[in-house]
Each structure stands twice: as structure tokens, then as C-alpha cells.
Design a protein around this ligand. Sequence first.
Ligand SMILES: [Ca+2]
Ligand SMILES: [Ca+2]
Length: 219
Amino acid sequence: MFFGKKMVLLVMFAGVCIFLIVGYAVGGMTIQLNNGKVIDVPVNKEDILSITFDNGLKSTGLITWNFETGDLKGWTKTGTAFDFQPTYGDNPTARHRGQPSNHQGQYWIGGYEKRPGPSDPAGQTQGDVPQGTLVSQSFKITQPFIDFLIGGGCDINKVRVELLIDGQVVYKTTGKCTETMAQVSWNVMQFVGKTSQVRLVDNSSGGWGHINFDELKFN
Ligand SMILES: [Ca+2]
Ligand SMILES: [Ca+2]
């Protein structure tokens, strides 16, 4: 009987040791809460595809969907069309375009604009000549709708925003040949659980050869 208890203790001790060793080997991340608590999660950054909150406000924590980070965190550029993005403030109004951007917050993608930050002169532009793409990291769709603001050119063959599922384009939307962005909503109910990307395309150097974009939300 005594031997049996000892064995149980020994097995328990061994189990704790294995748990600690495995935990150390896996690595992990630390989440700091604003109430002072700290939560350790044994998951490596490179293994995370997306982080989903119950309220759906941030389906991924690693991609800037509203550009309020002031950079292109979670996005990859090709070409030069998105070199000076995101754009700060209502630059079209600063250059007296008569078409306010209708951006949310302070930063947005304004393909024609060249004002990366508040210390840069307002009203500068890079124009329509640069071409390129801007593609988001992969994320998993968890909500039935993707809403966003879009403006800029209106030739869908040249400038557009695309939704990719497993690398294939399933939605594409262009602007209305005005700098003023308006909301578009994609019904993605059939793609819930699928791996997805958003891609901005600028294949034009001519008039209205740019795309504006901001405030993507999962609803
Ligand atoms: Ca914004
Ligand atoms: Ca262009």
C-alpha cells in the first residue's frame, strides 16, 4: 500500500517534470492585460494564423486593417504603387481636390497621395504612374461579412480590391472614380473557416490609376 502511494507520487512528479520540459521547449507568448494580469500561452508567433476575439472586432491581431499603426503591418508590397502608404490625413482636401477622402482615424491607403506622416508636407502626391499590389497575410474568416471603405479609380480590370480564398480570387471591387471612399460589404458566409487574403491591385499608370482603401471590418 505504502509502495503504491510512493509510485503515484513518483508518476505525478515525473508528469510535472515532463510538462515543464515540454512547455520550455515549445516556447510561447505572454499576454499582458490592462488589469495587471499576465497570461503565458505556449504558442510560438510563427505558428499563429490569426487571433479571434468573441466580439469579432479584430479577427486577426497581426494585420493592420485600419492602418492606424501608421505602417503596413501584416501586408506585403510588390511594385511601387504602395511605397508611400499609408497616407496621413485628408490629403485630397489639402490639395483642394474637392473630394474629401472620408477615411477613418488618421491613416488610410490613398494610392495617389504621398503624405506618409504628419511631419510630411500636406498635399503632396505620387500620382497615377506607379503600379503594384498590396496583399495581406493569410487569415481565417470567422464572420459572415467583410466591410471596408474603397475609393479611387473605377476600371475593375486595372484597379481593385480582391478577396482571395486559398489563393483564388472570389470577390473583386473597384472604386467610383472619386477620391471619396464609400463602404462596400462582401457576404463571405460561405467562406467561414476558410483561409483568406485581401489584395489591392493597381495595374494602371493612366488617369484614375489608383485605389483608396481603409477600415476593413469583420461583422
Ligand atoms: Ca484608418
Ligand atoms: Ca497606378
